[in-house]
Write a protein that binds this ligand. Structure first.
Ligand code: SAH
Length: 243
């Protein structure tokens, strides 16, 4: 009997943000394939006693390739084992969870997805920064700043996104912060407020604030992993929290 794949969202970092089902599934697993961004404290707090394999991909190469991870899932599944695939945030947001579901189903494995608190929403929320506000924002968009370089049309149109949505949240945007800010400036101007939250919900959390102009002038930078939020909600948040 082929085993089971459980794709688990670990949340943004703080182990207390795991769901009850995530904790239960981590205890039931035979082997855990863990991403680099998931802190070890998550496994400790969940009381996970399974074998843990760190299959983290390193920025700029090194570590496991997606193909190797896919093979490992199928190999463990063929032994009838329950494989927990532990990913940061929600397992289906900007991870390659969809591919992992496909390979597991093709191998005849059972598949379960345990949603997690995505950093896109959870990290701003954890510091009191709302993506929507009755007065300032009735929509938000979430995009990646780092696209698959092998895609032919490898460019998110941040200008159009910011025109369409009141709040723009960018993940994996640290490396292209200036380019993204240029696009946002063309949509909503250089005075658009910006928040950068690095390593949200962890002990190393860092919050930086400013405007698009600060980014363009090199006075506001982002170190990964970071969530970048553009929009008037950031202005409201700075005012009420005195930031
Ligand atoms: N599936 C994840 C996203 C994976 S992509 C989710 O739903 O959150 C990895 C990116 O997520 C990072 O580059 C960063 O932009 C963001 N991220 C994840 N955890 C974060 C954290 N604790 N603080 C800030 N950004 C985080």
């Amino acid at each position: 009997m082929p085993g089971k794949l459980v794709l688990i969202g670990a949340g943004p970092g703080d182990p207390k943000l795991l769901t009850l089902r995530a904790v239960e599934a981590l205890r039931e697993a035979d082997v855990v394939l863990k991403d680099r961004l998931v802190p070890d404290a998550v496994l400790e707090e969940a009381g996970c006693e399974a074998e843990v394999v760190d299959v983290g991909k390193k920025p700029g190469g090194g570590g496991w390739t997606q193909e190797e991870i896919n093979e490992k899932i199928v190999e463990e599944g063929s032994k009838g084992r329950t494989v927990a695939r532990l990913k940061s945030g929600d397992p289906l947001v900007f991870g390659r969870g969809a591919e992992e579901i496909e390979v597991a189903l093709e191998a005849g494995m059972e598949v379960e997805v345990v949603p997690g608190v995505t950093s896109a929403i959870g990290v701003p929320s954890s510091v009191g920064l709302p993506l929507t506000h009755r007065r300032y924002a009735s929509s938000f968009a979430v995009a990646t700043g780092h696209e698959d370089p092998s895609k032919p049309e490898s460019r998110v149109d941040f200008k159009s996104l910011k025109e369409a949505a009141d709040t723009l949240v960018v993940l994996m945007g640290a490396g292209r912060f200036k380019e993204i800010a240029e696009d946002v400036a063309r949509a909503s101007g250089e005075d658009t407020p910006v928040a950068v939250i690095e390593r949200g919900t962890t002990e190393d959390e860092r919050i930086k604030v400013g405007t698009v102009r600060d980014v363009l002038e090199g006075d506001l930078e982002a170190d990964p992993p970071a969530i970048i939020v553009f929009g008037d909600v950031v202005g409201w948040w700075r005012e009420v929290f005195g930031l």
